[in-house]
Design a protein around this ligand. Structure first.
Ligand code: ADP
Length: 246
């Protein structure tokens, strides 16, 4: 692991990777990348690479696990053994179990589960390459895979983290900021700004926390634009095919 940098932000207000404090890393995404999943998305965000797959809604077995009035969402976040510099031991860890739980909860208020009593919706988020912010990258990809699967949702969910370095809030932490910064606050929110996930590692003042939410809203707004654009591109193309077939 590299050493702690002396300064995270230079005299021109630029971070170690050249971004301004309120800038997110470049992101690109593609949906429908897996033919055997009902919905899927491959997403790159900075050096993070994540693949999300959704299966369902389908009948949940064993039946004793079924919920009478809604579908169950299962979410599995996993980091591939080769996703980090030192190989990760395969299988669930305390960290991946926690991330899976909070990520599932980030979608529960949004997915219209009451339409599918007794069913299960499985979401798999596989981190292929990790470089800080993988839980938020996975949530952005999972949201797209859910939409690609045609799962009805109240709206899209976007996620981004805000942190603190050199006494300043920064949007979308890079690896050194994540490792050595003073705070890391990942959040997920809907297009209405309803927060469905917030975690905090480190210390910020109540005023900074309010500012962090506003910064994160702006980051999520940009991500949501890309999510909407990606969906529009796919479904407009499908419409074109249908029209030309007539
Ligand atoms: P997030 O990826 O959501 O930011 P963390 O803050 O826990 O979650 O992790 C920050 C980064 O540290 C990860 O993105 C990854 O690059 C790295 N990392 C996490 N867990 C491990 C691990 N077990 N081994 C090596 N690197 C890890």
């Amino acid at each position: 692991m590299s050493d702690k940098p002396e300064k995270f932000i230079d005299e021109n207000g630029l971070r170690l990777d050249g971004r301004r404090v309120d800038e997110i890393r470049p992101m690109k995404m593609e949906i429908g990348v897996l033919s055997r999943a009902d919905g899927s998305c491959y997403l790159e965000w900075g050096k993070n690479k994540v693949l999300a797959a959704v299966y369902g809604p389908r009948e949940l077995h064993p039946r004793r696990l079924q919920k009478a009035d809604s579908a169950l969402i299962r979410y599995r976040y996993n980091m591939a053994a080769f996703s980090v510099e030192d190989r990760i031991r395969p299988g669930p860890s305390r960290r991946s179990i926690e991330i899976s739980k909070v990520s599932r909860e980030a979608f529960e208020p949004v997915v219209l589960t009451h339409l599918y009593p007794g069913a299960v919706i499985d979401v798999f988020a596989e981190v292929l390459q990790a470089d800080a912010g993988t839980r938020t990258a996975a949530i952005n990809a999972a949201c797209m895979a859910l939409a690609d699967a045609g799962i009805p949702m109240k709206g899209l969910v976007s996620a981004c983290a805000v942190g603190k370095v050199d006494g300043q809030l920064v949007l979308d932490l890079n690896k050194p900021e994540d490792n050595y910064g003073d705070a890391d606050i990942p959040m997920a929110m809907t297009s209405d700004g309803e927060i469905t996930l917030v975690q905090m590692d480190g210390d910020v003042t109540p005023e900074e926390f309010k500012q962090a939410i506003e910064m994160c809203k702006e980051g999520c707004r940009q991500i949501m634009e890309l999510q909407k654009e990606t969906l529009k591109n796919k479904f407009t193309k499908l419409e074109d095919v249908e029209i030309s077939d007539d």
